[in-house]
Design a protein around this ligand. Structure first.
Ligand code: PAF
Length: 282
């Protein structure tokens, strides 16, 4: 398996392959790979001749220095996992300077208001950081297809919007959330959870499933209230926000409208670890 640290070397190889008509799939990651990532890699490998997995902990999308510092990094283990999944995958693991030259700063984006909802309210500058790195990765790899997990649903919509607005010729694919046995959405951050708490964190998905049931007969406001109450009964999980929002615009749902699709979104602190999850409600 080839690991590329320098973008020029990777670009040379990819442009030769493109000339031969080969298609390229990109799976952008920050490493600490889990089965969720591997499912994206498997889909890309099925749908493209070449799959590139980028592994880069992007400093500009962290609003919290401590979170950036503690973000798990495990390139060797990641390489082993990818090799076991598919020995033909190419890994792109650049250094910060290779991506950002000498100014490690985000560009500013307009994502049609998606950036002001939920994660955007609680993580200042986060989506400018995501937009910056994803756009640069697209410029470097020039993929035909790129794969993102639905756990970061807001990120997925933001990337789709960026691609449209900047006329970037790549097809964006959203892939279903992978869950641990107890229902906890897979995330690189789960590694940081104490074992007991990780076991109990199935509670988050349980509450989301209950919300989906309640949504059949309750107003969005009432559904949110039940979620808030359930978290009050479980103080080991601190609810940062819960929102019920339109699946396309992410505008909070004040009431249910026929023909519209909604999702419930949640951000929770377990210990110091921030977890997010979401579920389709109808
Ligand atoms: O979802 C992630 O892991 C990151 O936000 C991404 C898309 C790799 C950009 O750094």
């Amino acid at each position: 398996m080839a690991v590329y640290h320098q973008r020029d070397v990777l670009q040379n190889l990819l442009s030769q392959q493109k000339e031969r008509g080969r298609t390229i799939g990109l799976v952008p990651t920050m490493g600490a790979l889990h089965e969720g990532h591997l499912s994206l890699v498997a889909q890309s490998a099925r749908e493209n001749d070449i799959t590139v997995v980028s592994i880069f902990v992007n400093p500009t999308q962290f609003d919290n220095k401590d979170d950036l510092q503690k973000y798990p990094r495990s390139l060797e283990e990641d390489t082993r996992k990818l090799y076991a999944e598919n020995p033909n995958v190419l890994i792109f693991a650049p250094e910060v300077e290779d991506v950002y030259s000498d100014t490690v700063r985000s560009d500013h984006f307009d994502f049609d208001g998606l950036e002001f909802q939920m994660e955007g309210k609680f993580r200042k500058g986060h989506f400018d950081g995501v937009g910056t790195i994803v756009k640069r990765l697209f410029e470097i790899v020039k993929p035909d297809n790129a794969y993102f997990g639905e756990k970061d649903y807001q990120q997925l919509l933001i990337v789709k919007t960026m691609v449209e607005k900047h006329h970037i010729p790549v097809q964006i694919h959203g892939c279903p959330i992978k869950r641990e046995e107890n229902g906890l959405a897979m995330s690189s951050r789960n590694k940081r959870l104490p074992e007991q708490l990780r076991r109990e964190a199935g509670f988050i998905f349980e509450v989301l499933q209950q919300a989906r049931e309640n949504f059949k007969i309750q107003t969005p406001e009432a559904v949110k209230e039940v979620i808030v109450q359930r978290f009050e009964e479980h103080p080991e999980f601190k609810l940062e926000y819960v929102e019920i929002a339109d699946t396309n615009t992410l505008e909070p749902a004040l009431h249910k409208e026929k023909d519209k699709k909604y999702r419930a979104f949640i951000a929770v602190y377990a210990d110091e670890v921030r977890l997010i999850d979401n579920i389709a409600l109808n």
